[in-house]
Design a binder for this molecule. Structure first.
Ligand SMILES: *Cc1c(COP(=O)(O)O)cnc(C)c1O
Length: 460
């Protein structure tokens, strides 16, 4: 054995303790570290002999750790960024320690644990036993899986096995959506629909929710050709929700696959006060939910659900003598784009086992309360103006006067430089704006006060 490997093996328990201590320092420093990170400086040459794990950890601490952001902490409001609950973090460490390949169920319980976790998640989101699910790396991949099954379903309608014969045998398939997330275009490009096959359906006035009557007309204009509808359950700017039940009702008249992007909005289901926003989610054909956002497990983790495991397996099966036939209950290798895959479910399993539905409901509701708190502080100030009501966990706002892109950019930079918080700029309904997304379990009322103070001085 290579000498440095042998030395690390001999010292493994102490090495793991050292890594734990280093992780502890990262977490303890969250309150002081600037919330926005910074790019690293320079590239070191490839190590030829290596320095051993201790020295590698020290070099990481010296060269890279100082540039990390505070995205795991309570005041990072950029994109939609979750933290990692204590149990999720511990589960993720154990995932690496056990280093299982959850591709198959042949030689370990890894797949069984994933099935149990997917079942728990389905129950959280109100999805019945007709849905199967699997872990993927993020909502984008979850949407890739959903649209791939939708593509196969359209082929089934027209007598084409797309996975075998190719998209050319099928012809174009329209994807209709209101305020679709950018990941839908990415998925369409990957899958061969082409980005331009997306039809933007009109929205309700002043909203990001689709105009269902307009969708009805667009579907009618397809002349019976099967299509895919991507419904949005939680848009990133104003967290608006399509009327999922009404959209599903259109199936009585039109032939379409219904994919719901519930990347973070799906978590509304955990809160009785907000569950009506996702009413009808169980009528979808496929559903995408991110877990590294509002479940607060470490990157990267999401779940995909669908009700046509047969078509899913047709697309994603990986055939070889040593892998066996997919059969009725196919291994995970036959369900998603990945073949080998980590036991990504364990972090989600741990956080659900540790805090249960009630603990995660509390996180969701506290995030919503924090967003409302920031929203009311902003609307109480003459400097700011809300661009939408705070429907869930995101505040979309702008300067009350003269919200030019340069001024919004200057606010974002000033806030980041101050180190107290980090936000993402956007343009909503043509107006340059800011969005503050609350999805971290650590955030408390006192943090909202610090965030507002930092914002208000940056906007002055
Ligand atoms: C974040 C997000 C996505 C993409 O998720 P990734 O995890 O980054 O792949 C898709 N849709 C919505 C609504 C999102 O918020």
């Amino acid at each position: 054995m290579y000498d440095k490997l042998a030395a690390d093996l001999a010292a493994l328990p102490a090495l793991l303790d050292a890594a734990r201590a280093q992780a502890g320092e990262l977490l303890a420093g969250l309150d002081d570290r600037p919330v926005a990170g910074r790019p690293g400086a320079g590239r070191a040459p490839l190590p030829i002999e290596g320095a051993g794990a201790r020295a590698a950890l020290a070099e990481f601490a010296r060269r890279w750790a100082p540039g990390l952001s505070g995205s795991a902490g309570p005041r990072y409001l950029g994109l939609v960024t979750g933290g990692a609950t204590p149990a999720a973090l511990a589960g993720d460490w154990l995932t690496a320690a056990a280093d299982q390949n959850a591709a198959s169920s042949v030689d370990s319980c890894a797949a069984g644990l994933e099935h149990e976790t997917v079942g728990w998640l389905a129950q959280l989101f109100g999805l019945g036993p007709e849905f199967s699910g699997a872990f993927v790396s993020g909502a984008t991949m979850s949407t890739v899986v959903g649209l791939a099954i939708g593509r196969e379903w359209a082929g089934e309608r027209l007598g084409v096995r797309v996975a075998d014969e190719g998209f050319a045998a099928l012809g174009p398939v329209e994807v209709l959506s209101g305020a679709a997330h950018a990941s839908v275009g990415k998925a369409m490009a990957m899958l061969g629909f082409g980005r331009s096959a997306r039809q933007q359906v009109p929205l309700q006035p002043g909203r990001e929710a689709v105009d269902v009557a307009a969708l009805d007309r667009r579907l009618g204009a397809l002349g019976g050709r099967p299509a895919i509808v991507v419904a949005n359950a939680g848009t990133v700017d104003t967290v608006d929700f399509d009327d999922l039940r009404a959209i599903a009702g259109l199936k009585r008249r039109h032939d379409f696959w219904l994919h719901v992007d519930a990347a973070f909005g799906g978590f509304a289901a955990l809160s009785p006060e907000h569950a009506a926003l996702v009413d009808g989610l169980d009528r979808a054909d496929s559903v995408c939910v991110d877990l590294h956002k509002w479940l607060n497990v470490p990157y990267d983790s999401a779940v995909q659900f669908s009700r046509r495991l047969d078509l899913q397996t047709r697309v994603f099966q990986s055939s070889a003598a040593y892998l066996g036939e997919p059969g009725e209950d196919p291994d995970f290798i036959h369900r998603t784009p990945e073949s080998s895959r980590r036991l990504r479910a364990l972090a989600a399993w741990c956080t659900l086992a540790a805090y249960g539905r009630e603990g995660h409901r509390e996180i969701v509701e506290r995030c919503v309360a924090n967003a409302r708190d920031l929203g009311s502080r902003l609307s109480g100030s003459p400097r700011w103006r809300l661009l939408a009501p705070v429907r869930l966990n995101v505040v979309c706002f702008t300067l009350a006067e003269d919200p030019m892109p340069e001024r919004i950019g200057a606010v974002v930079r000033a806030v980041a430089a101050g180190g107290e918080t980090s936000l993402t700029p956007t343009v909503h309904a043509g107006v340059p704006a800011l969005r503050a997304a609350f999805s971290n379990w650590r955030t408390e009322t006192a943090d909202v006060g610090r965030i507002f103070t930092a914002l208000d001085s940056a906007g002055a």
